[in-house]
Design a protein around this ligand. Structure first.
Ligand SMILES: [Zn+2]
Length: 392
């Protein structure tokens, strides 16, 4: 019954002759496929000497299983070359089946240390490491020919103190990492981006307010629309307003309770909190109008999924705010006004879209976990390998 045999072993065309349990679980099998020459696919072969092969297979229960079978050395009658019996699911000369390698790799990936695997199943830890690496390299190669996603998020994250920052290119439609590149300057990104395939497919790129990224994207993704990332824009606005607040009332700014209240969304405030904040705002001259102006700007920046007509209305309001910011005699607000003006097109597009780099930030968390689990990476290529396999 070859069908049942292949269900038990999960390998095609093997026939189980006998199973023995001592000293180890062994399937004595026979391979039923007709051998062909691997070099010229000729079926005319001369059988030379035979030998017994013992191959490690997947776990059964908690027991390691082994396949034992008789194999041959062959010579092709046409091309005269020699080869040994080829088995499906087993690489030539391998001492474990591919299914077995995958099983141990998954166990290791899910948290079993090499040491405990090695102890439990009597296997060298270097072997597990080798299987693990080759699995990752295989997986990684699958991504090499991938086409660029339509909606891309670009953001930086910290890699190591020695190598500094790395840039994440995320697929915002599928919430996955497309690639990671060491560095965040144009010089370090260019060679990688030059090699990407399907760059004209990219329609939208979401990014923080970084001039370098903007110029790279304009050059590399000619069809893409650049959209500012809401999270970063709002963070920048908050930073500049808090700095201005410190200029008006330095002592109040250092009060942690007040800081928390100032930053809080007005809808998420309790009644007593709102009262406290109001009392404080009345006390310091000029602060209340600053606060209201700040909240107005934030309310505007939180708008999303607007229609074209709604956008136009918002835009006039937005341009008015920029003008006002530049007129206010505070250094940080003038800086903010200038930045918002330089990025006004990208921010205006933000009102139309809902995608943000919040997804990319989430992926950064996952990437940090990968890094921590490995006790940090020294080699960026190894890090990239893991990130691409585990976050793609
Ligand atoms: Zn041949």
């Amino acid at each position: 019954m070859p069908l049942e045999n292949s269900i038990i072993l999960d390998l095609p065309n093997f026939k189980i002759l006998k199973v023995t349990g001592t000293p180890k679980l062994t399937f004595h099998v026979e391979h039923e496929e007709i051998q062909k020459c691997p070099y010229c696919t000729n079926e005319g072969l001369r059988k030379k000497e035979s030998f017994t092969r013992c191959i490690r297979h997947t776990l059964y229960g908690q027991r390691v299983s082994w396949l034992e079978l008789k194999t041959h050395k062959y010579q092709c009658r046409r091309c005269k070359r020699y080869f040994n019996t080829r088995l499906p699911g087993v690489k030539p000369r391998a001492r474990a089946t591919e299914a077995c390698k995958l099983e141990y790799t998954k166990l290791h990936q899910n948290g079993w240390t090499q040491r405990s695997l090695s102890k439990s199943y009597k296997l060298g830890s270097a072997t597990i490491e080798r299987w693990y690496q080759s699995y990752y390299q295989l997986k990684n190669r699958e991504y090499d020919n991938a086409l660029c996603p339509r909606i891309v998020g670009i953001d930086e994250h910290f890699f190591t103190r020695k190598d500094g920052y790395a840039t994440t290119i995320a697929n915002l439609s599928s919430h996955k990492v497309f690639d990671v590149v060491l560095g965040r300057s144009e010089l370090s990104l260019r060679p990688v981006l030059n090699k990407l395939k399907g760059k004209d497919r990219v329609k939208v790129v979401v990014m923080d307010l970084s001039e370098t990224y903007r110029s790279i994207v304009r050059k590399q993704f000619s069809n893409a629309m650049i959209v500012a990332d809401r999270f970063h824009v709002i963070r920048l606005v908050n930073q500049q307003f808090i700095k201005t607040w410190a200029e008006i009332d330095e002592i109040g700014r250092k009060h942690r309770g007040l800081l928390s209240l100032m930053r809080r969304h007005p809808d998420r405030m309790r009644e007593d909190q709102r009262e406290n904040l109001n009392q404080y705002l009345e006390k310091v001259p000029g602060l209340k109008s600053l606060y209201l102006f700040w909240q107005d700007l934030l309310r505007l920046l939180r708008m999303k999924r607007l229609t074209k007509r709604e956008c136009r209305k918002i835009l006039t309001e937005y341009l008015w705010i920029i003008d006002e910011l530049k007129k206010i005699p505070f250094k940080h607000l003038q800086i903010l006004g200038n930045t918002l003006e330089r990025w006004k097109e990208e921010i205006a597009r933000m009102f139309r879209f809902s995608k943000t780099n919040g997804i990319t930030e989430g992926l950064h968390n996952k990437m940090e976990m990968i890094s921590r689990r490995a006790f940090g990476f020294r080699n960026f290529e190894n890090y990239r390998l893991r990130v691409r396999v585990l976050c793609s």
